[in-house]
Structure formats: structure tokens, C-alpha cells
Design a protein around this ligand. Structure first.
Ligand SMILES: C[C@@]1(CC(=O)O)C2=NC(=C\c3[nH]c(c(CCC(=O)O)c3CC(=O)O)Cc3[nH]c(c(CC(=O)O)c3CCC(=O)O)/C=C3\N/C(=C\2)[C@@H](CCC(=O)O)[C@]3(C)CC(=O)O)/[C@H]1CCC(=O)O
Ligand SMILES: NC(=O)c1ccc[n+]([C@@H]2O[C@H](COP(=O)([O-])OP(=O)(O)OC[C@H]3O[C@@H](n4cnc5c(N)ncnc54)[C@H](O)[C@@H]3O)[C@@H](O)[C@H]2O)c1
Length: 161
């Protein structure tokens, strides 16, 4: 990155749908709350897990399989997050997802994945997403400027005449 890919921004309805997260470190942990808020049925596969992942597993909010990820773990998933610190494991997951035609984020090598994680901003039921050019800190800075500028219109003010 930057590369010349351009993206189709979509809003995924993940309620009740299986999502695989490979890895349970800093990046996976940062992304899990939004997946769970969206109602995804999340399976995390990783030998080591953060405190939050252990807690969410202990309270039944997600399933954690404490082992290395395998390509079969992708079967049945609607969306996949390859977020291990092993390039080999991320590639294995990404390739299995590609074969199965499931969108997959590669946290270590964005250009090898088929989806990217936008930074988000939720205001009064609206969601604003920003995808950048490969500098996540610049993307975050733009998000913060948008947040500072936003005024949500009153209900009905978008109607004509
Ligand atoms: C938006 C956000 C959402 C989130 O992560 O939740 C996000 N990254 C965030 C933070 C962040 N990312 C990184 C650092 C450490 C920076 C540093 O230290 O310099 C930090 C800061 C931190 O961690 O605090 C490093 C990094 N990021 C990627 C790579 C690999 C690569 O570029 O190939 C590497 C190098 C890894 C390495 O070096 O090994 C790739 C991606 N990161 C993306 C999203 C996707 C689209 C990005 C876009 O459009 O701009 C994309 C392309 C794919 C994806 O992962 O979906 C969030 C920021 C906003 C927010 O706060 O909401
Ligand atoms: N996309 C982003 O926004 C972003 C930001 C920072 C870092 N990164 C990249 O994302 C990756 C993860 O970073 P992190 O800080 O979360 O790492 P981390 O060290 O905090 O966590 C790594 C996780 O991967 C798991 N793991 C290792 N081998 C595995 C395997 N074979 N199968 C399943 N799980 C396995 C570990 O058990 C651990 O849970 C790194 O490649 C890093 O370069 C991406």
C-alpha cells in the first residue's frame, strides 16, 4: 500500500452470521467489539488470547479455540479476519477464504486480502466509514475531523418540498 485498488463500501448485516477471527492479540481485540455489536457469531482461533477475548469467551459472547488456525476453520464463515502475527497463518486463512469466496481482511498485508476495515464513526444511528490510502493514522485523523464537523440533520429535514 498504497496500491491502485478502489473499494465498494458496503454495510454488512452480520446478525446471526458466522465470522472467523484468526488471532486474538491487539488487532483482533480492537476489532471484536464492533463485530459483536453487529450481532456476528464469532469464533476466534488463536493459541494465545488477550484478557478481553478470554473474558468474552468465558461469558459465552464468542467461541475461542485455543490452537493454531487451520484452513477448515474458514468453512461456513461469511466474513474472515486474518489477524495473527504469523504471515503463514494469515496466508493460509486468506487463501482458504478466497477459494470459498468469502471476504477476508489481511491485517498484515492488506493488498493480499479481499476486504479492508474502515475506520468508523457512529452518530445518532448514522455510520460514517473512511477507507484511506494505506496510512491508518491519517485515516483516523480524517475521521476525527469529520466527527468534529458533523451535525446530524433533524428528522424529516431530508424530505423535498
Ligand atoms: C482504520 C483502522 C481500523 C482498525 O484497525 O480497527 C485500520 N487500521 C487502524 C490502525 C492501525 N493500523 C496500523 C497501525 C500501526 C501504525 C504504526 O504504528 O505506524 C495502527 C494504529 C494502531 O494500531 O493504533 C498498521 C497497519 N494497518 C494495516 C497494515 C498492513 C498493510 O498496510 O498492508 C499495517 C502495518 C502492519 C505491520 O506493520 O505489520 C492495514 C490496514 N489497516 C486498516 C484499518 C485497513 C485500512 C486502512 C485505511 O484505510 O487507512 C487495512 C488496510 C487493512 C485492515 O487491516 O483492515 C485503524 C485506524 C483508525 C481507527 O482508529 O479507527
Ligand atoms: N491492520 C492493522 O490495523 C494492524 C495494526 C497493527 C499491526 N498489524 C499487523 O497485524 C498482525 C497482528 O498484530 P497484533 O499486534 O494483533 O499481534 P499480537 O502479537 O498482539 O497477536 C498475535 C496473535 O496471533 C496469534 N497467532 C499466532 N500464530 C497463530 C496461528 N498459527 N494461528 C492462529 N493464531 C495465531 C497469537 O496467539 C496472538 O493471539 C501483525 O501481522 C501486525 O503486523 C495490523
Amino acid at each position: 500500500m498504497p496500491d491502485d485498488a478502489s473499494f465498494y463500501l458496503s454495510g454488512l448485516d452480520l446478525r446471526g452470521r458466522a465470522v472467523l477471527v484468526a488471532g486474538a492479540g491487539r488487532v483482533a481485540t480492537r476489532r471484536l467489539p464492533a463485530l459483536l455489536e453487529a450481532g456476528a457469531v464469532v469464533t476466534v482461533v488463536a493459541p494465545q488470547a488477550s484478557e478481553l477475548v478470554r473474558e468474552l469467551a468465558a461469558t459465552g459472547r464468542l467461541a475461542w479455540l485455543p490452537r493454531e488456525v487451520r484452513s477448515e476453520d474458514v468453512v461456513g464463515a461469511w466474513y474472515v479476519m486474518a489477524a495473527t502475527d504469523s504471515a503463514r497463518a494469515n496466508a493460509l486463512v486468506g487463501e482458504a477464504a478466497e477459494r470459498q469466496q468469502t471476504f477476508c481482511v489481511r491485517c498484515d498485508r492488506a493488498a493480499a486480502g479481499s476486504a479492508r476495515t474502515p475506520t468508523r464513526l457512529a452518530v445518532d444511528g448514522f455510520t460514517v466509514g473512511v477507507l484511506g490510502t494505506g496510512d491508518p493514522l491519517a485515516t483516523r485523523a480524517l475521521r476525527d475531523r469529520i466527527a468534529a464537523a458533523i451535525t446530524v440533520p433533524a428528522a424529516g429535514s431530508g424530505q423535498q418540498g
